[in-house]
Design a protein around this ligand. Structure first.
Ligand code: FAD
Length: 275
């Protein structure tokens, strides 16, 4: 049985909160190792993150809060860590985040590795820390080598594991893992998996994150036009095959970007488990 984890974002409306609670119950059938909730680097949804993480913990499932440091001060990070600790959170996905428009500068933490060092200095081993990894390179990195060094700095600062940006090129993932191993970095690197359910949404998301959609996938998606059943059927084939390849190649688990929906992830896992 493949180890899986699930990522959600904090809903903005009461209806969204109710819907997400239902989606979580459907997805708990997959027995996730943990569920994580994203954190708005701009600050607008941070209370929603905490509420969603607490709801997951109350449901008896391990939960991780994402936590970004862009624009933060040491004092504000310390307060937030205290708050996480006081509600029983033991797991963080520690990130820099992207500078929201209107922010003058990065604040007292320039890179995610600075945040991780600070968390370890102030709270020791209390938190299990995951970090982001980019098999196809972070879009702002100077070079793949510079990005590998940035990843190494996060692991050396005390990260326990990594979750990747989504990708459709399994070779990029395997190469990234090999390169990090050659640098003596041996924390688990779990591939982030994006189900394909909507062509235009996927393209927009890929453009904003620097993830590559191979031409053969892009052209097929475009050829389906508004035929959403064909997009979903094709997406299910492509993403299941990617997961199978990653699993066969030794990926330590699969982290699903659920987009707060259950159907696509349930369908992929059902196929992976041979039902
Ligand atoms: P870093 O690791 O700090 O890297 C940022 C850039 O700086 C990279 O280009 C890197 O190469 C470079 N860099 C790092 N260190 C150095 C150095 N010492 N010298 C020079 N260059 C350096 N965003 C959110 O707002 N909220 C979320 O909840 C969220 N969750 C995410 C979860 C995952 C699994 C992933 C993959 C991304 C997530 N993001 C989230 C997006 C993330 O915040 C952005 O990709 C952001 O631009 C980089 O964050 P990071 O933690 O990877 O930064």
């Amino acid at each position: 049985m493949t180890v899986i984890s699930l990522e959600f974002f904090p809903p903005k409306t009461p209806e969204g909160v109710t819907k997400l609670a239902t989606v979580r119950q459907q997805l708990y059938a997959l027995k996730p190792e943990f569920c994580s909730v994203t954190y708005g680097a701009g600050g607008s949804t941070q209370d929603g993150t905490l509420a969603a993480v607490q709801a997951i913990l109350a449901e008896g499932v391990e939960a991780a809060s994402h936590f970004t440091c862009v624009g933060a001060t040491r004092a504000s990070v310390q307060d937030k860590l205290e708050q996480f600790r006081s509600v029983g959170i033991r797991r963080l996905v520690a990130l820099r985040g992207d500078l929201p428009s209107g922010y003058g500068g990065y604040g007292e933490f320039r890179y995610a590795c600075d945040l991780i060092s600070f968390i370890r200095e102030t709270t020791g081993d209390h938190f299990h820390i995951e970090v982001a990894a980019y098999p196809e390179m972070h879009p702002q990195a100077k070079s793949p080598q510079a990005d590998l060094e940035a990843y190494a700095a996060k692991v050396r600062a005390g990260a326990n594991a990594a979750i990747t940006q989504f990708f459709f090129n399994a070779d990029a993932y395997f190469r990234f893992v090999d390169e990090t191993r050659a640098m003596g970095l041996d924390v688990p690197i779990v591939p982030g998996i994006m189900p394909i359910t909507n062509a235009s949404g996927l393209m927009r998301f890929a453009d904003s994150t620097g993830a590559d959609i191979p031409r053969w996938i892009r052209t097929r998606l475009q050829s389906f036009g508004d035929d959403s059943a064909s997009i979903k059927a094709f997406g299910l084939d492509v993403v299941t095959a990617l997961c199978e390849r990653l699993r066969a190649g030794g990926a330590p688990g699969l982290h699903f970007y659920t987009m707060n929906q259950s159907t696509a992830v349930l369908d992929i896992c059902q196929r992976l488990n041979g039902h």
